[in-house]
Structures are given as C-alpha cells and as structure tokens.
Write a protein that binds this ligand. Structure first.
Ligand SMILES: [Fe+2]
Ligand SMILES: [Fe+2]
Length: 497
C-alpha cells in the first residue's frame, strides 16, 4: 500500500516552493487558518457590526494581506482531507489541529472547496465574506455560485469561491459522516490534550475542573484501543515541547490502556484507568511554572515541592465538585504513581504499602514516555529501544516485571515509532507491533525512501512477508536514531497509510 503525496494532490499542486520559503509560507498558513477559525466562530456569536468583531477583523486583515502582498494572491483549496495554501499542502501542529479541523469541516459542510483572494482586502470585504460564508445553507450544491453572486452584488470582485471537488474513491460527504478510526483517533487525541489543558488551567485559577468531559474522552479512547490500538499508540510519537504536561498525560493514558486491555480489564475499569492516567500529574498544576520548567537541576526545596505532586494531585481530586465521578482506585493510583517497589520513590511513607495495580501500570507508561520525550531543546531523548533497555535494567527495583513484559508486548521489541534499518538497506518506521508473541521482531513497517533530502514515498510493509523460497523478504538489522536523520516520525502517524 502506498501513500505517495502526489496521489492526493491535484496535478497543478505538485509544484512546491522549497526550503525556508516553504516553511515560512506554512507558518503564515497556520496563522491564517487560526485567524479564519476565530472569525468564523465569532460570526456565529456577534452580529456583523459588533466592536469586538472589528478588532479581530483588523488583526486577520494583517495576516491575510501580508500573505497576498508577498505571494501576489492567496488561494486556499481543499483536496480530500488536506488544505493547500497556494499549492502547498499545509501541515498542522498540535495547537493548530482544532482550527484546521474546524475550517475543513465548515467549508465541506457548505460544499465550498476553495477561495482565492486576488488582491489585498479591506475590512468590509472580509466581514461580508465571513458572514456570507457562514450563512450558506449546509449541503446545498449551488452554494459556490450563490456565494459568488452575493459577493458580486456587493461589488466584492477580488474574492473568488469554488465548489468542493470530489476526488476519485471519495464519496461525497463520506469523510464527514463516517470518519474512520484514524480520523476519530486524531480527534480524540487532540481533544483530550485540549481538555487536560482546560482542567489544569481551571485548577490553577482555583476554579472547578470538569472531569466528566475527561471521562467521556477516556471512554472513547477505550473504544479505540479495543478496536485497533496501533493508531492511538502511533499518536504517542507526537512530542510537543511546549505542551509537555498535556501531551504527556495523554500518552501515559494510551500506554496504560494498552496494558490494561492485555490484562483483560472490563471497559469500566479501563475507563477508570484512563482517567487516572490522564490525571496522574494533575498535582503539578499547584507547582509554579518556573520550577516545573526549570532547565537546570532542582535545589532541595524545589525538589521537595516537586515530590509533593502526587499528594497535591490527591488534594485536587478530593476538592472536585463532581467527587461522585472519582473513586478510591483513581485517587490511590494518583497517590502512588511514584512510589517504587523498593520504597525509593515518593511520597515518603511510614509504613510499607503495596503499590496499587493502577499505580504500577502508570509508572511504566510514565517512565517510558518521559524517557522518550525531550524535556528541552538541548538534550536528545532516549530512542524507544534505549528507554526499554533502561527500564529492563531497573525492573527488579522499580517496576513490576510482569507488567513490564506486557508493556514490551505492547510496544514490541522494536517499539512503535522506532526508526529501523532493514537488510534491504531501506529505512523504515515501525508502525504496528506484531500480535504474535513469537514474531515480536517482525512488526509492520513504513518504508521511508529518501529522494534527496525529502522523504518521497511511503509504503507499508509487513516483515512476516516471505519470498518464493520461504525466506523473509525483509529483516530488521538495527534501530537508528531519528534525530540524526532529521526524520519527523510523528508525521507518519498523522497520515493514514
Ligand atoms: Fe508524576
Ligand atoms: Fe508523569
């Protein structure tokens, strides 16, 4: 199966600006999408004469017009599930995902496939454009011509609108109504990051946090993990420095659910485990940011405070308005997620206590994610393989050896997201672990063929495939460090192979 980019691009979209220019355009594009998202949202709340709206319009005009001046014109086009800005496909970041999704959904619902701004626009034109767009009836085929006519009547002639094109193999509206697992997983993943952020912000502002929303998201994640865990596991390769705590909590939750599923937990228990994992570091909301993000080593006082986060987490939970949603298993899991088997962890206890099952699961997920994520730009993180090796060395003192073994089964000997060298001299990214315990070294791999500096072709292969003589077609020779090859692993998991 191939996922060449040209397959989803229209003919004229294959020309691309290169290097710095492209990334610059992509940055501007991201900002444009965010601005349009805000404007479209605001237009649903305020009428077109509102003062608050005017301010947003002014800000958006700057972005739009500077883009038009630089490029000559501005063309946004939908191709399947992608947005192209002046023929360059826009890649979204973790922060940008909600805006992308919103824009794509709103335009698709109205069967509008693209807009072209041929000249710099003024305040009135942009306002009319947004309000006319949002007032279009959903699903009406003639929307693009109705829209164009309306703009013409207002003497706005520099904005062109085009109908949505349906590409081969893509049924009209299908991607909106019947989203496949991959799309749902992406949505759940980013929505959960956003919700965790909301919860933490509320707690910091001494407001009550809504854990019910987290519970609903955990339920969705449980469903996804039960259906096909490899998609969500792939999402854990998205590492984002700025949002470490949020991103980290979601990753820990995904790993924990995958372990819990192998332990045969019921859906109810899995949901509880998911919520516990999502909230395991919630106590950090009570620790000043300056300490949390300190680049150097902690002094004794700071370390003392850091070590209080499990206890602070319990406090936060017990103060929740919806205490009914919280049960002892969740509270204990948060309390002992740093309590080690050999009692070297924290909080310090006066009496020996068995670490709870939720606690033991989260410890493994937590350590693995922390080790494989760079805490700051200076230090490279462990590769998945190195992290597992460290954990194996420490297993007797720190981890539950049986759970660790299960976890290795989850991520594989070659964990999902590892960059590997194959005996065919191809490079690959481990995409899906082999479910057969005897074939842990034969996962599914995305082949990365490198065309000059750009990764050109992506093909998903199964390492259990044999050739005519019964020999395996491909074997893994060793793992490689993706940082050395400048490969953005997460990108491969955001696209469907
Ligand atoms: Fe923690
Ligand atoms: Fe943690």
């Amino acid at each position: 199966m191939e996922i060449t980019e040209s397959a989803v691009q229209p003919q004229q979209a294959t020309r691309r600006p290169s290097g710095a220019v492209a990334s610059d355009l992509s940055k501007l594009g991201n900002s444009l999408v965010t601005k349009l998202h805000v404007l479209m949202k605001i237009s649903q709340i305020y009428d077109s004469k509102n003062v608050a709206l005017l301010q947003f319009i002014q800000e958006s005009l700057q972005t739009i017009n500077s883009l038009i001046r630089r490029e000559g014109s501005l063309a946004l086009k939908i191709v399947k599930d992608d947005l192209f800005l002046n023929e360059q496909r826009l890649r979204y970041s973790v922060e940008g995902f909600t805006s992308f999704k919103y824009l794509l959904t709103q335009l698709k619902k109205r069967l509008i496939g693209g807009v072209v701004f041929r000249e710099p626009v003024d305040e009135r034109s942009l306002r009319e454009f947004i309000y006319s767009l949002m007032s279009l009836e959903e699903g009406r085929e003639e929307n693009a011509s109705v829209f164009a006519e309306h703009l013409g009547n207002l003497s706005i002639l520099s904005i062109e609108v085009n109908p949505l094109e349906v590409f081969e193999g893509e049924e009209e509206g299908l991607s909106l109504h019947k989203e496949d697992h991959h799309e749902v997983a992406k949505k759940v993943f980013f929505e959960t990051i956003g919700t965790i952020e909301e919860v933490i912000t509320h707690i910091k502002g001494k407001q009550h946090a809504d854990v019910r929303k987290l519970k609903r998201l955990a339920q969705k994640a449980v469903h996804l993990v039960t259906e096909d865990e490899s998609i969500l596991l792939g999402m854990t390769t998205i590492k984002n420095y700025d949002e470490y705590t949020f991103n980290h909590s979601v990753n820990v939750s995904i790993y924990s659910l995958a372990i819990g599923r192998r332990l045969g937990f019921s859906r109810k228990t899995l949901t509880e485990l998911g919520v516990t994992a999502l909230l395991h570091d919630v106590g950090k909301a009570k620790i000043p940011k300056a300490i949390l993000n300190k680049p150097g080593l902690f002094d004794e006082d700071e370390w003392g405070l850091m070590k209080r986060h499990p206890l602070l987490g319990v406090e936060v939970l017990l103060n929740l308005k919806q205490l009914g949603e919280v049960n002892p298993r969740i509270v204990i899991g948060i309390f002992d997620h740093h309590l080690r088997k050999d009692f070297t962890g924290y909080p310090r206890l006066f009496r020996k206590k068995e670490v709870s099952l939720f606690g033991r699961i989260i410890q493994i997920a937590d350590s693995y994610d922390a080790m494989t994520t760079a805490k700051n730009y200076k230090k490279a993180p462990y590769t998945p393989e190195q992290a597992l090796a460290v954990m194996m060395r420490e297993r007797e003192a720190h981890f539950d050896p049986i759970l660790l073994k299960i976890f290795i089964g989850v991520v594989g000997i070659f964990p999902i997201g590892s960059l590997v060298l194959l005996n065919t001299r191809e490079m690959g990214i481990v995409y899906k672990a082999n479910p057969d315990p005897k074939c842990l070294d034969r996962p599914q791999v995305i082949i990365v063929e490198r065309d000059g500096k750009r990764e050109a072709k992506k093909e998903l292969v199964d390492l259990t495939e044999t050739n005519g003589g019964g020999q395996f077609k491909r074997n893994i020779v060793k793992t490689l460090d993706p940082n050395k090859y400048h490969i953005d692993i997460a990108k491969y998991f955001l696209q469907k192979p």
